[in-house]
Write a protein that binds this ligand. Structure first.
Ligand code: PXG
Length: 461
């Protein structure tokens, strides 16, 4: 597969895009000044083509989501068949559809025993909104209406709806959305590279967890409803916490009776070489939001899994839960997600990510000696390359994000889609990536680093 078979008038698409398309997370002035969008047209496996015929290795699986890779006919067929049978029906008012019910059962079957009930949404953001609604009502039912506060991490990412952005710890998002909601708090992220100083990663992991306890005591232990965290923070730059962090967080939450929410929107469905990130990190959550890898991005869908001990009281005492979206449990999205999980199971993609993880780590490890690289880290098929102007002290370049963006742009030119989270280069390829493709990925990344080095050599210390 090379150029797209259809004849596309790229110039016209770009013109229309600039004239009419308001993009998410985009500085439009700069974007338009740079000539508008790169138009993606088709993809297969780990490869994606743009309208000019450039072939790129998609090191980000779209936006951390195309776990089974591109070009899966079975998923297109599942949507097609379901749309002919029943394109839409709701799951309100005591009705269901076959795919919605089958998918709920399937998700439950790949989770620990206690997760039997699944609530459907259309995205990860909606999943996290749902959780805040659920948890606040839950604590009222339990006779503790004061447990309303949520604690999350600085630079945690939990979505872009108002509530999800409040849970998230992105100062830029908070700054634009008006007064942040009361009751959302943020604590130290377990990012040793930036904040660990002279401590060992293990010491720093405990220190980051201690910041959670400090915040709990500040808010008042009885006022805290839940702690939410991504097992590995994705959008913050693939922050893999030190081994001491999550077990300590769990201990602290249990000590004060605080619920644990494991945001599995990126880590779920095999990304870390385990079905769930909480299994990789060794903790046991009460609530699990998921999206992305649930359908490998082929159709939009999200979900929330809730443990039995919460569900029991909620169903018994809660009455009607006044919450739900028109497209919750959309039949076509559910049919695709169901088939997607079947593919993950039949092709053993979780086990595959686990087995190929060390090869990915070794390939990234070859970049460690590069003058720009302060650290590389990975787990399963998610990884990061930290850029620094001083390898010894781990100092960052001036103007966060400037050098990362350069590196990302060079990476595109070399044929690799690698994303920059400020000055951390991140990778999260489809779980079907082969060893040969991992070698290519590392080779392209090295070329991108070399080209970036040529631009910033004078700034190295
Ligand atoms: N939780 C996590 C951990 C996420 O990564 C969401 C929730 C929200 O999901 P939806 O489906 O509402 O987008 C996400 C989404 C980036 C980037 O720049 C990451 C996400 C979304 C957009 C951009 O890395 N993650």
């Amino acid at each position: 597969m090379t150029a797209h078979p259809k004849n596309i008038d790229i110039a016209e698409v770009v013109r229309h895009d600039i004239a009419h398309h308001f993009h998410p997370f985009t500085d439009h002035k700069a974007f338009h000044a740079a000539g508008g969008p790169r138009v993606m047209t088709h993809a297969d496996g780990v490869w994606i083509w743009d309208a000019s015929g450039n072939k790129l290795l998609d090191g980000m699986a779209g936006l951390w989501c195309v776990n089974v890779g591109y070009g899966r006919k079975e998923l297109a067929e599942a949507a097609y068949r379901q749309m002919l049978d029943l394109p839409y029906y709701n799951t309100f008012f005591k009705t269901t559809t076959v795919p919605a019910t089958e998918l709920a059962a399937k998700i439950s079957s790949v989770m620990p025993e206690r997760f039997k009930q699944i609530f459907f949404t259309n995205s990860g953001s909606e999943a996290n909104d749902t959780i805040v609604r659920f948890v606040r009502h839950y604590w009222k039912l339990k006779g503790k209406p004061y447990r309303q506060h949520f604690i999350a991490r600085h630079r945690g990412y939990h979505g872009s709806t108002m509530v999800a952005a409040n849970l998230g710890g992105f100062a830029g998002m908070h700054g634009q959305m008006g007064t942040p909601f009361a009751g959302f708090h943020h604590v130290q992220q377990p990012h040793w590279f930036d904040f660990g100083g002279d401590k060992t990663p293990e010491e720093f992991g405990l220190e980051a967890a201690a910041d959670l306890e400090r915040k709990i005591l500040e808010v008042g232990p009885d006022n805290v409803a839940a702690f939410i965290g991504e097992p590995i923070q994705g959008a913050a730059g693939v922050i893999i916490p030190p081994s001491t962090y999550w077990p300590e967080v769990q201990k602290i939450c249990r000590k004060y009776g605080i619920l644990i929410i494991s945001d599995e929107v990126i880590c779920g469905f095999g990304r870390t070489g385990n079905w769930w990130g909480f299994q990789a990190m060794g903790f046991e959550p009460d609530i699990v939001p998921m999206a992305k890898g649930l359908s490998s991005g082929y159709l939009p869908i999200g979900a929330v899994a809730i443990a039995d001990h919460l569900i029991k009281d909620f169903f018994e005492l809660g009455g009607e839960f006044y919450h739900g979206m028109t497209y919750a449990g959309h039949p076509a999205a559910c049919a695709v997600a169901l088939k997607n999980i079947e593919i993950i199971q039949s092709e053993k993609l979780v086990e595959r990510a686990f087995e190929i993880g060390p090869y990915f780590k070794e390939a990234l490890g070859r970049l460690k000696d590069h003058p720009l690289v302060g650290e590389v880290r990975s787990m399963g098929l998610i990884g990061a390359i930290e850029l620094t102007c001083n390898k010894k002290t781990r100092k960052r370049f001036r103007e966060p994000g400037r050098v990362g963006t350069m590196c990302r742009d060079h990476s595109f030119k070399q044929g690799l889609i690698m994303r920059a989270c400020w000055d951390t280069m991140v990778l999260s390829p489809p779980l079907v990536i082969s060893k040969k493709e991992i070698d290519e990925l590392a080779r392209f990344a090295k070329l991108a680093l070399d080209a970036t080095l040529a631009d910033v050599k004078s700034e190295l210390e």
